[in-house]
Design a binder for this molecule. Structure first.
Ligand code: SF4
Length: 217
């Protein structure tokens, strides 16, 4: 199979398995989505979803969050890990949203990336899941799957994002991002799999008989 054929096959299989792609992080609006995505760095969505209801009960928008102390935020979000860094970022970005954006989360990726604690991946998730703007956030799991499926040889997530954006139609990016995450969680989270087990690898590489060794986790 050529790379483009593999991409078409993968879209078909993923669409079959995951026709619906509910957003895994619970949120009420753009602000709560932004905070939830920020909290999800190096943390599971499930854990974030247990913490955010407590946080958003105390502060449901940028204005209310900006009034909380870093310590108040820290005490609540601690289970998500990286507590000092994340609480500082949440407080600071809330202040900036109030002062510079009239408490409204911007839909512009460049503006989002300038907020404290918001990197390219977080900003991409917010614009795609919150605003429906096409983006292809790549985390280590999507990076690994892109390698296993022969869609990218990128040595880092930046290159992998470029490769995936090239190979998949733009109008499918947002859904595919979630579908690939769902597939990774359900079938492909184990590092011990070497590309011989499931429908996608078998379909893309029917002649593969020996272990596929990828150069990234
Ligand atoms: S065969 Fe293994 S590596 Fe390939 S997609 Fe399935 S679980 Fe992942």
């Amino acid at each position: 199979m050529k790379k483009s054929e593999r991409a078409t096959f993968i879209i078909k299989v993923l669409e079959n398995y995951y026709p619906e792609t509910p957003i895994p992080l619970d949120h009420n609006d753009h602000f709560t989505l932004l905070v939830a995505v920020l909290l999800s760095a190096q943390c599971t969505d499930e854990r974030v979803n247990t913490v955010t209801p407590i946080l958003f009960k105390k502060a449901k928008n940028a204005s209310e969050m900006s009034i909380l102390s870093e310590d108040d935020i820290y005490k609540i979000i601690k289970p998500c890990g990286l507590g000092p860094k994340k609480s500082k970022a949440i407080k600071k970005l809330s202040e900036i949203l109030v002062k510079q954006y009239n408490s409204i989360v911007p839909s512009d990726i460049k503006k989002l990336e300038q907020l404290p604690g918001v990197g390219h991946k977080t900003a991409s998730v917010v614009i795609s899941q919150g605003f429906g703007v096409p983006a292809f956030p790549v985390d280590t799991h999507i990076h690994r799957l892109a390698q296993r499926w022969g869609l990218s040889k990128g040595k880092n997530v930046v290159q992998t994002e470029k490769d995936l954006k090239k190979i998949f139609p733009k109008d499918k990016w947002n859904k595919l991002h979630l579908q690939i995450i769902f597939w990774g969680r359900e079938f492909c989270s184990a590092r011990a799999c070497f590309g011989l087990n499931c429908e996608i690898c078998k379909g893309c590489y029917p002649k593969r008989v020996s272990r596929f060794v990828h150069n990234q986790p």
